[in-house]
Design a protein around this ligand. Structure first.
Ligand SMILES: Cc1cc2nc3c(=O)[nH]c(=O)nc-3n(C[C@H](O)[C@H](O)[C@H](O)COP(=O)(O)OP(=O)(O)OC[C@H]3O[C@@H](n4cnc5c(N)ncnc54)[C@H](O)[C@@H]3O)c2cc1C
Length: 335
């Protein structure tokens, strides 16, 4: 096929409740009308196992010489079993396992230096050095109450009861969710159903019940953006409304068209439509965008090397792991 200029793509299909084998599986027990075998209801662990099987099959197909895979998604219950962002853990676990299987040498907890890279005799150097948070320029951004989203999400800083978030892009919304959200709700299906009023048995009309009011919000959170448009307007269409609904429930203050004047003991000083305000807060979390981290790239180029740049180090804007992985994969097959 390849010699004749063709491409090979493998379709990976999970037969689910229609598999004509005694071991067939599905999200719920029972028997499909077109199958003589009764199905076993997958546990959450088994769902994760199946997702890993899809990933392994895809990787094996590529190793075997296929040019691509198509995941047949009609039984798409696998992914939607788990709401929230917990799938990122699984993605990282997947890459850890693959690196292990392919015996890739990992040197963690060590900064790659231009000297070491330049003298190690590598044929190619690929830099995926990511991004650094952009620090906005106004009085008090270096004040102790001003903290970066990195410090908050990594647990280095635990913000107080009243928190302002500067920047309402994807990371600003994620930080608000981190400060107010309930991890359990995105991992335990029953907790999710309760919070969102979903009747998993579809007995009630429309499969909806009254959403159970969650406890009072853990903090008072106020979000700000410079653009004069509704906050969250540019979030993803399929998930943005969820984040916005959750934050509305938690009474998050949302201010558009703000300019920032200062951060000091009193809190955050800002101006909207020419009117100055002061918001008393314990912390101000800076989520004001990111810059590509190209220090190492520039140092290597200065030595006459030609490193390749991928991921956030290449393009810092927007949250896009897919683009980073796609770029890395396309580069890897050309090396
Ligand atoms: C809060 C948050 C939520 C996100 N949510 C989503 C989402 O829902 N969907 C989505 O698609 N994307 C999301 N993203 C974006 C996604 O995480 C990034 O697009 C992706 O991680 C970029 O990958 P990367 O490999 O370019 O950089 P990174 O994952 O940032 O990795 C760069 C690595 O390089 C290391 N490094 C830097 N310099 C050196 C050096 N000199 N030596 C050795 N190591 C070095 C860094 O320590 C870091 O570990 C989110 C990001 C954040 C912060």
């Amino acid at each position: 096929m390849h010699e004749a200029g063709g491409k090979l793509v493998l379709q990976i299909l999970h037969a689910g409740r229609y598999a004509k084998v005694p071991e067939c599986v599905a999200p719920s027990p029972g028997k499909a009308r077109i199958n003589t075998f009764s199905r076993h209801a997958l546990t959450t662990d088994e769902v994760w196992g199946t997702i890993a099987d899809f990933a392994d099959t895809a990787a094996l197909a590529i190793e075997a010489g296929y040019d691509g895979v198509e995941v047949m998604g009609s039984e798409g219950y696998l992914a939607k079993m788990v709401p929230g962002k917990a799938e990122f853990h699984e993605m990282l676990r997947y890459f850890r396992v693959r690196l292990d299987k392919l015996k890739v040498t990992l040197r963690l907890g060590e900064a790659a230096t231009p000297e070491a890279l330049a003298t190690s005799g590598f044929d190619e150097i690929v830099l995926a050095t990511g991004v650094s948070p952009r620090v906005p320029d106004f009085a008090g951004v270096d004040y102790p109450k001003a903290v970066s989203y990195l410090d908050v999400l990594s647990g280095k800083v635990t913000p107080g009861q009243r928190v302002a978030i500067i920047g309402a892009g994807g990371i600003g919304f994620d930080v608000a969710e981190f400060l107010l959200g309930d991890a359990e709700e995105s991992l335990d299906p029953q907790a999710f159903f309760r919070a969102w009023g979903v009747d998993p048995k579809s007995v009630t009309p429309g499969g909806l019940t009254a959403a159970v009011d969650t406890d009072a919000p853990r903090r008072s959170v106020f979000m700000f953006q410079r653009k004069d448009e509704p906050l969250g307007k540019r979030l993803g269409k399929s998930t943005g409304w969820i984040l916005k609904a959750r934050l509305r429930k938690a009474n998050v203050g949302m201010t558009a068209g703000a300019t920032y004047d200062a951060i000091d003991d009193e809190g955050l000083h800002y101006t909207v439509q020419g009117n100055p305000h002061v918001l008393p807060v314990d912390h101000v979390v800076l989520c004001a965008g990111q810059n590509s981290n190209r220090t190492l790239y520039d140092q290597l180029v200065a030595r006459g090397l030609k490193p390749r740049l991928i991921g956030g180090a290449d393009v810092a804007s927007e949250l896009d792991a897919l683009r980073a992985i796609d770029q890395a994969t396309r580069l890897a097959v050309t090396l």
